[in-house]
Design a protein. Structure first.
Length: 578
């Protein structure tokens, strides 16, 4: 059996109401002011407006305004409250209507970035920038970089008599600015009361548009050591690179940071066992155990050099688990970052999660990390066999987002997202047909090959247009049986998002048994216990979604039902996903 994960804290006693435990996180709001100069943008102020879109509002449009009679009528601005907590906010400006995104100096789909303050009631005015960083008069700023190497000197990762450290970033095409030199006049008192003078500095001229976001990192030439800043402190979409927003003055000094965001700490040398389960990759056809290789890569081995191979044990119950034991020398409490790499044809072999994995070094002991799935892809989240899935939608009184009413005599219905996963809105995808002819319900049977996601995200359209709902507003449903499955009927324009599983409830006893029902799926089953605290949770494996003895259709999908003996002490239930 794969490691058990309790994903839903749903509990109920026999004949008692369902109990649900929830928690709420409280965030401190920050008043953030956006400002962008449209002077050199392809923009018509008489028919178009400007908005800010980003991580702060799910990419919705936050409308900005200008002052036609102001000193700069092309300056568009606006302020709004945003949860802070010291997080990095990504954003860009858009021309409306149509959400035409600016392309910033960093290029491609890169966003602007800013670190939000953590203190409640703070305010932050973002840099005044040109839309698309399209200034006719670039500025040249002497930027001073500063990094504290106390911990790298402490662990031996930086040798003061032979190692060099450099600043690398977009401003120098990720070349080597430096080497940086030690400034002995900068004294730092660390958390242990020791005074160090291990700050290295370098000043370089950076030319660009005022306020533009620029990524960078520090690099030690010994062992080709790229730093890995702590998650949440850097660019969330680009290997957690550090970033700064170019000033508009002659000079700019960046704050002192620790290399790897690792402050000075006593050193420990620990044997760490890394473990990764490749089952999903084997099932998907991405990985062949007979020829493939698996590695663990992190800042402890220069992200791949020297190579650290993971091996499996042919005698294990699960031969798809690969392990490596690595001796890591670093400060106690330091978070080492890493990911697994394998000879798979996706993402150049790297795991696909946005954030790196982390392990915290503890004092002088061996550490065995839990088994994780490669790319966090659980095998039960993919179909183990080819499955024919029926999708259906009621088009009665359907109207597209473009105000076009559906006309059965002349219009056609399309589906997108299943099975191609929204690569594009593709009018060559299968068209749904209505049966019987003249009815308002349109349906189609699609073969989802083995390895397709159990979670299906999709959308309907009239005549091949993406006109059912706003962008990113989709139907999300789950294939709950294998071989064949009929999705609950959709209504055009009413986007349904199902939970993966849940809705656990118990009904009053009927005779000698108690009906227990839940929204199930393959890989999900019940556990029972006589007590909420203590006791032993008993697996009821015959309740797995693939082995239902009863079931009925509902608007929430296929509901699982089982009967449990009503005799004996009170019993509590929970749902688990293997």
């Amino acid at each position: 059996m794969n490691p058990i994960k309790t994903l839903h804290t749903h509990w109920c006693g026999l004949g008692l109401p369902l109990l649900l435990c929830t928690g709420w996180a409280v965030s401190a709001n920050v008043l953030v002011t956006f400002q962008v100069d449209m002077s050199y943008a392809p923009f018509n102020s008489s028919s178009q407006t400007v908005a800010a879109r980003g991580s702060f509002n799910g990419r919705a449009a936050f409308a900005l305004t200008n002052n036609p009679n102001g000193a700069n009528p092309n300056l568009w601005s606006g302020a709004t409250n945003i949860p802070g907590n010291g997080t990095v906010m990504s954003y860009r400006y858009t021309i409306e209507p149509g959400a035409t995104y600016e392309t910033v100096a960093e290029g491609a789909q890169h966003d602007r970035l800013v670190s939000l303050p953590a203190a409640a009631g703070s305010s932050l005015t973002l840099p005044q920038v040109y839309f698309g960083d399209s200034t006719p008069n670039p500025v040249t700023v002497s930027v001073t970089f500063q990094v504290d190497l106390a911990q790298q000197i402490n662990t031996g990762a930086f040798q003061t008599n032979s190692s060099s450290i450099y600043t690398r970033g977009r401003f120098n095409n990720w070349g080597q600015a430096g080497p940086m030199t030690n400034d002995p006049t900068i004294l730092r008192t660390n958390q242990y009361g020791l005074v160090t003078s291990d700050v290295y500095v370098y000043t370089v001229d950076v030319t660009g548009s005022p306020g533009q976001t620029t990524d960078y990192k520090y690099f030690i030439d010994t062992a080709s050591n790229w730093e890995s800043p702590a998650p949440g402190t850097g660019d969330p979409a680009d290997n957690n690179n550090r970033f700064f927003n170019l000033g508009s003055g002659a000079t700019q000094t960046l704050p002192i940071v620790f290399f790897n965001d690792a402050p000075y700490a006593p050193v420990a040398a620990n044997q760490v066992t890394f473990q990764v389960d490749m089952t999903a990759q084997v099932m998907l056809g991405n990985f062949d155990p007979s020829t493939g290789t698996v590695e663990v890569r992190g800042n402890f081995n220069g992200w791949g050099t020297p190579q650290i191979l993971c091996t499996n044990n042919p005698a294990d119950a699960n031969t798809n688990i690969y392990r490596a034991v690595v001796t890591i020398k670093d400060g106690i409490g330091v978070q080492e970052q890493y990911k697994f790499w394998a000879s798979v044809p996706v993402n150049s072999g790297w795991e696909t999660m946005a954030d790196n994995r982390t392990v915290t070094i503890i004092k002088g002991t061996a550490q065995t990390l839990p088994v994780v799935f490669f790319s966090d892809q659980d095998p039960v989240d993919f179909l183990p066999v080819d499955t024919v899935v029926t999708f259906s939608v009621d088009m009665a009184q359907a109207v597209g987002t473009d105000a076009h009413p559906f006309a059965p005599a002349s219009d056609q219905v399309f589906i997108n997202g299943a099975p191609n996963g929204f690569v594009t809105w593709d009018t060559s995808l299968p068209m749904l047909t209505n049966n019987p002819v003249g009815g308002s319900v349109y349906s189609i049977d699609l073969l989802l090959p083995k390895g397709s996601p159990v979670q299906q995200t999709y959308k309907y359209g009239i005549n091949g247009n993406d006109d059912e709902a706003a962008a990113n507003s989709n139907h999300v449903r789950f294939v709950r049986t294998t071989g064949s499955y009929t999705m609950p009927r959709d209504t055009f324009g009413a986007q349904q998002v199902e939970p993966s599983f849940g809705l656990l409830s118990a009904s009053p006893a009927a005779g000698s048994s108690v009906p227990v029902s839940w929204l199930g799926r393959p890989g999900v089953h019940l556990q029972a216990n006589k007590a909420l605290s203590g006791g032993t949770w008993q697996d009821l494996l015959n309740t797995d979604g693939a082995l239902w003895t009863q079931g009925y259709a509902s608007t929430n999908g296929l509901v699982s039902v089982t009967n449990y003996p009503a005799t004996g002490a009170k019993t509590f239930f929970r749902l688990i996903k293997e």
